[in-house]
Design a protein around this ligand. Structure first.
Ligand code: PMP
Length: 361
């Protein structure tokens, strides 16, 4: 009897001219073990992007739209303030397209992020964490003004939400065509994902409830306190409701202009705060019980998705955005308690057969 592997693949049916052409078309994956049985929960796994986060979409949009408008000249330096994923995405795009990149980043974000950007050829200028997101931003602006560099402006540019309207949302529409989609769950950093996706859902799937989340200890939207901004729409000051939180990439210390559209046009139906420990717990569960490896913000989104799921009518379909990979958090609280050396249980396993024992000392 001959056996045949039951899984086969056929290739993508095309050759790619550049890594940037592989951005987007990320899969929506069903959860089979950790979701309540009366609903279907899917995650949109943005870590399938080439630099492993949702921000690859933003990066290619900002660079290509600036090229089209003539705002970015060949070989001109790009500068941006970023908590990491935008910097990594921009570093990938800038390397592929031949632009030098300088990133300003508070020293509170994970070491992996700095090293990844530098590995991709970018310069990383650290700013004091006490100066928060506003400090990072002002430093990027100073450097742009002083050197004639192109400032990417992820928090203000229209090229942010537009790419999610034109790609992320289209993918969701196509993948759920002919199926239910009762809830879409997301957090916000710049607000690009939620604003772009919600523009399309509101028009084309108006019955889908849009659930937005923010950290329980930094409820900027929940507070109802409006954000003050300058003439260029950048934040004039830190928001009074902000506190340091562990959900990297979510909720900077101001309400971004890109997100303001979602607030003003009521692009979400519910605002559900989530605490850091729940985010970490659900990221771990997702890894260990579903084999899906996402960061803290993905865990936070899933934690909210599970709250929604518990109360959702039978048969409901829920989609949670997973912005990035868990590999970006090896030095953060996400991996706290994950052993480096052999554990007691593993040692017992090792000693249970005669050969190849490690000396526990
Ligand atoms: N999670 C992580 C880890 C991120 O880096 C970002 C982007 N800053 C987000 C979530 C939020 O995405 P958006 O900026 O589109 O709101």
């Amino acid at each position: 009897m001959t056996t045949r592997a039951s899984r086969t693949t056929t290739g993508r049916g095309r050759l790619y001219d550049s890594v940037v052409d592989t951005i987007g078309d990320t899969p929506c994956i069903r959860l089979n073990h950790i979701a309540p049985a009366h609903v279907r929960v899917y995650v949109k796994a943005e870590f399938f992007n080439p630099a492993a986060s949702v921000k690859d979409r933003l990066a290619i949009s900002i660079i290509e739209e600036a090229e089209r408008r003539g705002d970015l000249k060949p070989g001109q330096t790009v500068v941006e303030a970023t908590s990491g994923n935008t910097g990594i995405g921009l570093a990938m795009v800038c390397a592929a397209k031949g632009y030098p990149l300088v990133v300003t980043m508070a020293d509170s974000f994970s070491i992996e992020r700095r090293k990844l950007m530098r590995f991709l050829g970018a310069k990383v200028v650290l700013t004091p964490r006490a100066a928060k997101g506003v400090g990072m931003y002002q430093k990027a602006k100073e450097l742009a003004d002083a050197n004639g560099w192109f400032l990417a402006r992820q928090f203000e540019t229209a090229d942010n939400a537009t790419i999610h309207e034109n790609t992320t949302a289209r993918e969701i529409m196509a993948d759920f065509a002919g199926d239910r989609l009762d809830y879409m769950v997301s957090g916000y950093g710049t607000g690009g994902t939620i604003t772009g996706v919600a523009r399309v859902l509101r028009k084309e799937r108006p019955t889908t409830r849009i659930v937005l989340s923010e950290p329980a200890n930094a409820q900027l939207l929940g507070s109802g306190v409006v954000q003050t901004r300058g003439a260029d729409h950048s934040p004039a000051a830190s928001h009074s409701a902000w506190q340091p939180h562990p959900i990297q990439g979510w909720t900077p210390d101001f309400i971004p202009y890109v997100l303001q559209e979602a607030v003003d046009h009521r692009l979400y139906d519910e605002l559900v705060p989530i605490a850091g420990p729940a985010a970490i717990e659900w990221s771990r569960k997702l890894a260990q019980r579903e084999g899906i490896f996402t960061g803290i913000s993905g865990g936070a989104t899933l934690a909210v998705g599970m709250k929604v799921a518990e109360k959702a009518p039978a048969g409901s379909v829920i989609l949670c955005m997973l912005p990035d990979t868990g590999e970006r958090y090896l030095s953060t609280p996400l991996f706290e308690g994950v052993a480096t050396d052999i554990t007691e249980e593993e040692l017992a396993l090792s000693l249970s057969t005669p050969g190849f024992h490690m000396d526990p000392a």
